[in-house]
Design a protein around this ligand. Structure first.
Ligand SMILES: *Cc1c(COP(=O)(O)O)cnc(C)c1O
Length: 451
């Protein structure tokens, strides 16, 4: 069992107790029975079984606690518990949802849009592929080998043929392979990923849009992870601006505020560039849409009930920080800078290698060694060594042949190779980037394996 530090668990227990008197809005105060309080206490004890996602030394998966403004806002709104399905179930939070979705569309430079929040990136991508199917029935959806597995799965669910385009050595969709497939005919939709979940790689959306126009395919961009990095594609960019600047020309975009928008889970979003696709969601509900002729969000969404609190939290967060380079962008730029620093240290070391140059804030590394099976062993021991020092990183399986194409000295003696994956997505990571990088490089060195 993983264990949060005892002082953190104690703080969580105290926090839950402090919340008790405030837990209802229609009562002056709340008093739990002993049995109820014991249940909450038991909960906080059981929550000890978690990795310390909020700790600066947690550099593992795409996980971090929400911004305080998001958490307070979510908690406050959930005392009312509005439902953004219909306007009579949550007028205030439905209005907030339309505002934040408008702000996100503006961030991407979309000239017009139709969109809404979703419970997750998965549902948002499902809606994008559903609309793709309705607009171009009996055509194929293609996504890169490095795209999220959800595209294959959701295509299956929708009864749509899905094909995979190989990735290049940087983890991006291979454009030659894409063009060859487009020439073959029958492709209706290209899914481009901005920020792959494994490496944080950016598919060349600009070039994909050009190809898509030539072959009359639609472009859906899965920017669940990297969409908010658009804020860094400015005049002094710290990410490659080209794929982001093509976003005004794509057909749909998914971005997850619960990944890089500082939100608690339960907040994805989908935006379509053609507002008339709302017709594919048309339905009649005898018991839902009474209060106004204005748009009810449930009328353009596959999901019915959805937390109005999620919209409230995102709305307040964006208002507090600003959805611009100096606001949320500044938060993201710290992680990006930390990734660049870590990559510089790895590149400058004798003992570690980069799987690919990081494009956002995910850095994947491995030990410089003779064979892929040795690389995997060294990743395992470095993972444990880092853990013993209080650092949490993640492991990633990559295809060994693919890894070796950029490392001539590497002998391929296994199908897959384990490498280390570091998500430096908290701004505090910038403060510890140098210390972490030297610890990482040491852990990957041959002596680091002798523990
Ligand atoms: C996380 C992610 C998804 C899935 O989104 P959920 O919010 O986890 O459902 C899809 N695509 C990409 C690129 C992602 O990073």
């Amino acid at each position: 069992m993983t264990e949060l530090p005892p002082e953190i668990v104690a703080r969580l227990t105290r926090t839950a107790r402090l919340l008790e008197p405030m837990a209802q809005l229609w009562e002056e105060t709340t008093l739990l029975t002993d049995r109820q309080r014991e249940a909450v206490d038991e909960l906080t004890r059981r929550l000890a079984d978690n990795y310390p996602y909020g700790d600066v030394r947690y550099i593992g998966q795409i996980l971090k606690p929400p911004h305080p403004v998001a958490w307070i806002s979510y908690a406050a709104a959930s005392l009312i518990n509005p439902n953004n399905h219909a306007l009579d179930a949550g007028p205030a939070t439905s209005a907030m949802e339309k505002e934040v979705v408008g702000d996100i569309a503006e961030m991407f430079g979309m000239p017009q849009h139709l969109g809404h929040l979703t419970s997750s990136g998965t549902i948002a991508n499902l809606e994008a592929l559903y609309v793709a199917r309705e607009l171009a029935p009996d055509t194929v959806v293609v996504s890169s080998q490095a795209a999220h597995y959800t595209h294959g799965r959701m295509s299956q669910l929708l009864g749509v043929t899905h094909e995979t385009i190989p990735q290049d050595r940087l983890g991006k969709m291979d454009l030659d392979a894409l063009e060859a497939r487009l020439e073959g005919g029958g492709v209706g939709t290209i899914v481009a990923t901005l920020g792959t979940t494994s490496l944080g790689a950016l598919d060349p959306v600009d070039e994909i849009v050009t190809l898509a126009r030539r072959y009359e395919a639609r472009v859906h961009v899965d920017a669940a992870y990297g969409g908010f990095h658009t804020l860094l594609a400015t005049t002094d960019p710290c990410v490659d601006p080209r794929p982001f600047h093509a976003l005004p020309h794509v057909d749909s975009i998914v971005v997850d505020p619960h990944k890089h928008g500082l939100q608690p889970y339960g907040c994805g979003s989908i935006l379509f560039s053609d507002p008339t696709v709302g017709r594919f969601f048309a339905h009649d509900s005898p018991y839902t849409y009474f209060t106004s002729s204005e748009l009810h969000l449930g009328e353009i969404s596959i999901e019915c009930s959805r937390a109005g609190a999620a919209a409230a939290a995102l709305w307040a967060t964006l208002r507090a920080l600003g959805l611009d380079r100096d606001g949320l962008g500044e938060v993201l730029s710290k992680g990006r800078q930390a990734a660049v620093m870590i990559a510089d240290s790895v590149r400058g070391s004798e003992t570690a290698r980069l799987v690919a140059e990081p494009e956002l804030d995910i850095v994947c590394t491995y030990a410089a060694s003779g064979s892929t099976s040795e690389v995997s062993r060294r990743s395992e021991s470095a993972f444990k060594r880092l853990q013993s020092l209080g650092w949490h990183v993640a492991k990633l399986q990559v295809n060994s042949e693919w890894l070796a194409t950029a490392d001539e000295a590497l002998i391929v003696d296994s199908d897959q190779t384990t490498v280390l994956r570091c998500c430096v997505m908290k701004p505090e990571h910038l403060v510890v980037a140098e210390e972490f990088a030297s610890t990482l490089v040491d852990a990957l060195a041959p002596s680091g394996s002798c523990i």
